[in-house]
Design a protein around this ligand. Sequence first.
Ligand SMILES: NC(=O)C1=CN([C@@H]2O[C@H](COP(=O)(O)OP(=O)(O)OC[C@H]3O[C@@H](n4cnc5c(N)ncnc54)[C@H](OP(=O)(O)O)[C@@H]3O)[C@@H](O)[C@H]2O)C=CC1
Ligand SMILES: Nc1nc(=O)c2c([nH]1)NC[C@@H]1CN(c3ccc(C(=O)N[C@@H](CCC(=O)O)C(=O)O)cc3)C=[N+]21
Length: 305
Amino acid sequence: MTAQTIDGKARAARIIDAVKRAAEALRHETGTEPGLAVVIVGEDPASQVYVGSKARTAKECGFKSVKHVLGADTTEAALLGKIRELNADPTIHGLLVQLPLPGQIDEAKVIEAIAPDKDVDGFGLTNVGRLSTGAIDEAFVPCTPAGAMILIRDVVGDDLSGKTAVVVGRSNIVGKPMAQLLLAANATVTIAHSRTKDLPAVCRGADILVAAVGRPEMITGDYVKDGAVVIDVGINRIAAPEKGLSDDGKPKTRLVGDVAFASAAEKAAAVTPVPGGVGPMTIAMLMANTLTAAYRAAGKTPPGF
Ligand SMILES: NC(=O)C1=CN([C@@H]2O[C@H](COP(=O)(O)OP(=O)(O)OC[C@H]3O[C@@H](n4cnc5c(N)ncnc54)[C@H](OP(=O)(O)O)[C@@H]3O)[C@@H](O)[C@H]2O)C=CC1
Ligand SMILES: Nc1nc(=O)c2c([nH]1)NC[C@@H]1CN(c3ccc(C(=O)N[C@@H](CCC(=O)O)C(=O)O)cc3)C=[N+]21
């Protein structure tokens, strides 16, 4: 079977377009302009790229967009102070702190400091609890799994009754919420991780296979059931000597996922590419969550996506 390539970039563009129109409507009706604040600690180049892309897309949606860059040696107390300030700012509806954080800062404490109604990453206990108890409509769902779920629904349908899903990875930001969403859609869900025995065999049982491992091209065709839908969450930058050297004398790099695309595509019915798959959907869902936060703050019912 030669797989369909799922175009996350085009799907994300449609969501961003709908967010933009809904933001215009909200401004017209209530005068509220959605506001997104992104806080980044340190100068990690990959994080800078994502944060830049979030800020750019927020502007494209007609949002107020602010970026706070704090030094790598920022104390936990200083970061918590910044969060309190943004929690109290009525022009900010969505607030996120880019992860990972430097070692001197307790991530859990920082996530808990964000007001639940501004927690557009959906990482705080209130939103995690809503998602896992079935109150999904009230939850901010983490953007990456929310985006992946839209791609799955587009291909498989809204009801996954009778389907088996395997999520490889059990992080709080991707694997666990992804599993909750699949479960809520009635799939029979397995969460696999580094201690799983015979991972290829477990994965071959999946009608829907989600890879969120952080290991470049680990999931080959040998892990894929014939006709499966494969969602590649991984974002790995690897050396690409074939592209030559960059200005700093080091080999150029390229982006690959956790899935070996060509080999998986020989078995799968549909696969997401990297780049152009789940990554752009993550940014689009952040915009959707921020719009939702602004609608709620204005006392209006948000549109669904
Ligand atoms: N597209 C997007 O928007 C986003 C992409 N990402 C990408 O997704 C990937 C996963 O991210 P994240 O969840 O934060 O990563 P983490 O490192 O937090 O989690 C990785 C998970 O994979 C498991 N794992 C690691 N090695 C193996 C292995 N050999 N076999 C089976 N399981 C393994 C780990 O198991 P254990 O728990 O046992 O250690 C862990 O649960 C990364 O490539 C990241 O860059 C992340 C966020 C957003
Ligand atoms: N608090 C917090 N929230 C996050 O959502 C969060 C985070 N921290 N830390 C880092 C990860 C990673 N992440 C990505 C977002 C978009 C792309 C994306 O747009 N990728 C493009 C390519 C981008 C490129 O070329 O580098 C694509 O896949 O097509 C990737 C990764 C969000 N994260």
